[in-house]
Design a protein around this ligand. Structure first.
Ligand code: NDP
Length: 486
C-alpha cells in the first residue's frame, strides 16, 4: 500500500490530523493508497500560509513566476509515465488517456507562464486630456481550488496555472477518490522551488472542502463537480461575498446531419460518449441524428459499441476501463434501468460486463424521448441516447431542451448549416466536425446549470484578477468639494 498521508501546507509535507482513508483501484477493486483527512486546524493552517505567501507572491516578478511554472511543467513531463500510472490506479481510466491529459496539464502551465507579462490594463482618456484613468488587473488572493475525480491533474491545470500567473496563491482540495496525483504535484512544486505557501494541498472528503470554501481567508473559489455540491459552494461563496467559478456537468447533444462526413462523425460519436467510459463532463451523451440516415447510424453505432474492447486500463489495446468506484457503478446501472422503464429501445449493451468488477457494457439506446430521464439526466457513464430529428429547427430545439449547456457537436459538410446551428445551441463549447478536443487557448465552461466562469484561454486568467481603476487629475483646478467630479 502506498502512503500519501502527508499534505502540503506552507511548503512542508505534513500528516493531516484527521482519520486515514484509502483509495481503491477500480480495476483490481483493492485499496492501493492511504491518505489522511485534513481537520479544521489543517485547513486553517493551509489558508493562513497561502494568505501570508500572497503578500510576496503577488509582488514576485513575472519572470520568476513564469520560470517556476515552466519548471513545474518540465518535471510533470519528466514524470509523465509515473503520474499517468498513479491516476489510473485511482480512477481506472486508460493510462494512455491519463498520459495525454497530464501532458495537456503541463501545456496549460506553459501557456499561462507565457501570459504573465502580457496581462495588461487599459488607459482611458477623459475630458480634454486633463485627466485620465488607468486600469490594472490585480490578483484576488487565496484561491480555493476543488476538483472532481475523473481527470484530477487536467482539471487542476485549468485552475492553478491561471491563478498563479495572475499572482494568486492556492489551497487545493482534490476528490477523496483521486488525491494521489495532486499530492505528487505538490512534491514536484517543492522540488522546483515554489516558495512556501504559494501552493498548498489538503486532502479529505466533502466536509474538508466545505471547511475550505467557508474559510474567511479565501478570496475566490473555483470548483469542478456536480450540481448539488455546486449549490453548497455557491452558498459558501455568497456568505463571504467571494467570486466563484462553477464547472459542472452536461447532457451534450452531438448532432449528425445527413451531409456529415460519415465515418468521421460515427467515430466522433463513439469517442464522444465511450472515451473515459463516459466519465467526462463534455460527453456527447445525446446523439441527435437526421431521420434520412437514422437507421444506418443506429446500426453502425450499435455494432461499434458492441466491439469496444474492455479490460486492463494499463493495456495499450484496451479501449474502455472500469467505472471509477462502486457507488458510481451502481448509479450508472440505475440509469440503464430508468431508460428501459421509460421505453427506450436498447440496441447495444445494457448490462454489467461479462468481465465482472466495475465494468459496464457500452450501452446504446435508440428512439429516446428527449423528455425521458435518460435524455435529461447526466449519467457520467458509457450510455448513449440516440434521438431522431427532421430538420435544423428540430435539432436545435431538442439540443436546447435541457437544463444543462456545457458542450455540443455539429457534423455537416455544409459550413453555413454547421455554423448557423452551432450559433443557436445554448452551450459554452461547440465542436464542428470534431468532438472532445481542447486547447489551452480555447475557453471552456457552461451555460445554464452547467455553471459559470470560464477555464483555459485568456478568459480564465481574467477570472483570477480583479480590476483596479486609478483616476488621475492633471490640472491645478480646485474642485467644488460638494459635488461629484465628472
Ligand atoms: P462532486 O460534486 O461530488 O465533488 C467534486 C469535488 O467537490 C470533490 O473534490 C468533492 O470532494 C468536493 N466536495 C464535495 N462536497 C463539498 C462541499 N460541500 N464543499 C466543498 N467541496 C465539496 O462531483 P464528482 O467528484 O462526483 O464529479 C462529477 C461531476 O463533475 C459531474 O457532474 C461532472 O459532469 C462534473 N465535471 C465537470 C467538468 C467541467 O469541466 N465542467 C469536468 C469534470 C467533471 P469529495 O470527492 O471528497 O467528496
Amino acid at each position: 500500500m502506498e502512503s500519501y498521508r502527508e499534505q502540503l501546507i506552507d511548503g512542508e509535507l505534513v500528516r493531516g490530523h484527521g482519520p486515514e482513508f484509502e483509495s481503491i483501484n477500480p480495476y483490481t477493486e483493492k485499496p492501493w493508497a492511504v491518505f489522511t483527512e485534513a481537520d479544521e486546524g489543517d485547513v486553517d493552517r493551509a489558508v493562513t500560509a497561502a494568505e501570508r505567501a500572497f503578500e510576496s507572491w503577488r509582488k514576485t516578478s513575472g519572470v520568476e513566476r513564469a520560470r517556476l511554472m515552466n519548471a513545474l511543467a518540465d518535471v510533470i513531463e519528466r514524470d509523465i509515465d509515473r503520474l499517468a500510472q498513479i491516476e489510473t490506479n485511482d480512477n481506472g481510466k486508460l493510462i494512455k488517456e491519463n498520459r495525454n491529459q497530464i501532458l495537456f496539464a503541463a501545456r496549460n502551465f506553459r501557456f499561462y507562464a507565457g501570459y504573465i507579462d502580457k496581462i495588461a490594463g487599459e488607459v482611458k482618456t477623459m475630458d480634454a486630456y486633463t485627466s485620465f484613468d488607468f486600469t490594472v488587473r490585480e490578483p484576488i488572493g487565496v484561491c480555493a481550488l476543488i476538483t472532481a475525480w475523473n481527470s484530477p491533474l487536467q482539471l487542476l491545470s485549468n485552475k492553478l496555472p491561471p491563478a498563479l500567473a495572475a499572482g494568486n496563491t492556492a489551497v487545493i482540495k482534490p476528490s477523496e477518490f483521486t488525491s494521489a496525483s495532486t499530492l505528487e504535484l505538490a512534491s514536484l512544486a517543492i522540488e522546483v522551488g515554489f516558495p512556501p505557501g504559494v501552493i498548498n494541498v489538503i486532502t479529505g472528503f466533502g466536509s474538508t472542502g466545505a471547511l475550505l470554501t467557508s474559510h474567511p481567508g479565501v478570496g475566490k473559489i473555483s470548483f469542478t463537480g456536480g450540481i448539488e455540491t455546486a449549490k453548497r459552494i455557491a452558498a459558501a461563496a455568497a456568505a463571504n461575498i467571494v467570486p466563484c467559478s462553477l464547472e459542472l456537468g452536461g447532457k451534450s447533444a452531438n448532432i449528425i446531419f445527413e451531409d456529415a462526413p460519415y465515418e468521421k462523425a460515427i467515430a466522433g460519436a463513439i469517442g464522444g460518449v465511450f472515451a473515459a467510459a463516459g466519465q467526462s463532463c463534455v460527453a456527447g451523451s445525446r446523439l441527435l441524428v437526421q431521420a434520412s440516415i437514422y437507421e444506418r447510424v443506429v446500426e453502425d453505432i450499435a455494432q461499434w459499441a458492441s466491439r469496444i474492447k474492455l479490460g486492463d486500463p494499463t493495456d495499450a489495446e484496451t479501449q474502455m476501463g472500469p467505472i471509477a468506484f462502486r457507488g458510481h457503478y451502481e448509479r450508472v446501472l440505475a440509469h440503464i434501468a430508468d431508460a428501459l422503464e421509460d421505453g427506450s429501445r436498447l440496441v447495444a449493451g445494457g448490462h454489467p460486463a461479462a468481465l465482472g468488477g466495475l465494468f459496464i457494457e457500452p450501452t446504446v439506446f435508440a428512439d429516446v424521448d428527449n423528455s425521458s430521464r435518460l435524455a435529461q439526466n447526466e449519467v457520467f457513464g458509457p450510455i448513449l441516447a440516440i434521438i431522431p430529428f427532421d430538420d435544423e429547427a428540430e435539432a436545435i430545439a431538442i439540443a436546447n431542451d435541457s437544463r444543462f449547456g456545457l458542450a455540443g457537436g455539429v457534423w455537416s459538410k455544409d459550413v453555413t448549416r454547421a455554423l448557423s446551428v452551432a450559433k443557436e445551441i445554448r452551450s459554452g463549447i461547440i465542436w464542428v466536425n470534431t468532438y472532445r478536443t481542447s486547447a489551452a487557448q480555447a475557453p471552456s465552461g457552461g451555460f445554464k446549470q452547467s455553471g459559470y466562469g470560464r477555464e483555459r484561454g485568456t478568459e480564465a486568467l481574467l477570472d483570477y484578477t480583479v480590476v483596479k481603476s486609478t483616476l488621475v487629475d492633471l490640472t491645478d483646478t480646485v474642485r467644488d468639494p460638494f459635488v461629484l467630479g465628472r
